[in-house]
Design a protein around this ligand. Structure first.
Ligand code: GAL
Length: 376
């Protein structure tokens, strides 16, 4: 199966951790529709760890649903999600136990893939805890990829080994459609910045078929929920969302989508930013550290149809002007061409610049433009 664009959806983990149940999934599927997330392109409703009983069925060896959280089994949940025109995701692990100590799929890959296919799963996140010491990560991911392929159902395979074992070098060959490249995100400026910065040199490995997954978003959490941490402000959320879009990273929301405030809703359904994330070419941006700055960067992403995305991020603590020299991206000063800009947040025209600009960017914030290269 070819996954052409970075998957978009919502995952239970960041906010809810083990506090999950059938009602939450149903209400969140409803919210997908009511909040217009489906219309904006989000499609996967993903249940992370803690959905299963502590032990497998002693006779069939199948994984069982958690008796209190999902008393009616997983199929009714999948059916409900599907009835909304959405896709259904679940979670397992390549080790003996999952990270939260539920049964993992180690040595049960094929029977578990059959179970997931019977439930109607469209997306499987596959973690990396409690891996036997003599087991090779690449082998374990290949095993599950083969099991999913043999299951008779198209299931997006979302590998989650946190960037270990030089994952970017072998994961495409191991059959995954996306791969977590970093440790877990927390809802703080330091966390999303360090995650994004750690992948600057590795974005060339990401593209149609197999995407670099820099973790679920914390946008809209404001410090609440499992990975709440210090929380972020709206400028941080703009920057986080824009970084993920510039990287063509999967957009998996992690806040409580039933209760998004207006700013969060506006940001995560922003068509211009989603257009940047979902550009069919999925090219990595050219990233330039701003002259005389440790904390400011600019990025240019080539997209199809002579469009570009141009962004500048202020990851520092003081408001700044960020110098952007187009020649750093490859445009000759003497070309007679310049970038005609439209502000991606407001939709307003932002002027045409030939070789240089110096936008004002507040601390923690960013500017993002959709751009066309025009003769001037
Ligand atoms: C971590 C993973 C998280 C979440 C958690 C569940 O390993 O990175 O995203 O899935 O396990 O226990």
């Amino acid at each position: 199966m070819l996954v052409q664009r970075p998957p978009m959806g919502w995952n239970t983990w960041n906010t809810f951790g083990s506090e999950i149940n059938e009602a939450l999934i149903r209400e969140s599927a409803d919210a997908f529709i009511d909040a217009g997330l489906k219309d904006a392109g989000y499609e996967y409703v993903v249940i992370d760890d803690c959905w299963s009983a502590r032990d497998r069925d002693p006779v069939t060896h199948r994984i069982l649903p958690h008796p209190e959280r999902f008393p009616n089994g997983m199929k009714v949940v999948a059916d409900y999600v599907h009835s909304k025109g959405l896709k259904f995701g679940m979670y397992s692990c390549d080790g003996v136990r999952t990270c939260a100590d539920y049964p993992g799929s180690y040595d049960h890959e094929f029977i578990d893939a059959e179970t997931f296919a019977e439930i109607g799963v469209d997306y499987l996140k596959y973690d990396n805890c409690y891996k036997p010491q003599n087991a090779q990560g690449p082998t374990l991911y290949r095993r599950m990829a083969m099991a999913l392929r043999a299951s008779g159902r198209d299931i997006v395979f979302s590998a989650c080994n946190w960037g270990s074992d030089d994952v970017w070098t072998w994961i495409r060959g191991a059959g995954a459609h996306l791969y977590r490249s970093t440790g877990d995100i927390h809802d703080s400026p330091e966390s999303y910045r360090s995650i994004a910065n750690s992948q600057r040199e590795k974005l060339g490995f990401s593209g149609p078929g197999c995407f670099n997954d820099i973790d679920m978003l914390t946008v809209g959490m404001y410090g609440k929920g499992l990975v709440g941490s210090t929380g972020c402000n709206d400028a941080d959320y703009r920057s986080q969302f824009a970084l993920w879009c510039m990287y063509s990273a999967p957009l998996m929301l992690g806040c409580d989508i039933r209760r998004m405030n207006e700013q969060t809703h506006k940001l995560v359904t922003n068509r211009a930013l989603i257009r940047i994330d979902q550009d069919p070419e999925c090219r990595p941006p050219i990233i330039i550290r701003a002259a005389h700055s440790e904390t400011c960067v600019s990025m240019l992403k080539m997209m199809d149809n002579n469009e570009y995305a141009l962004a500048a991020f202020n990851m520092g603590e003081s408001d700044s002007r960020i110098p952007i020299m187009f020649t750093d991206f490859g445009l000759p000063v003497s070309a007679g061409y310049g970038f005609q800009l439209k502000n991606a947040f407001t939709g307003e025209d932002a002027g045409t610049y030939r070789d240089y600009m110096r936008p004002a960017v507040a601390a923690h914030d960013c500017v993002v433009y959709l751009a066309k290269l025009v003769r001037i």
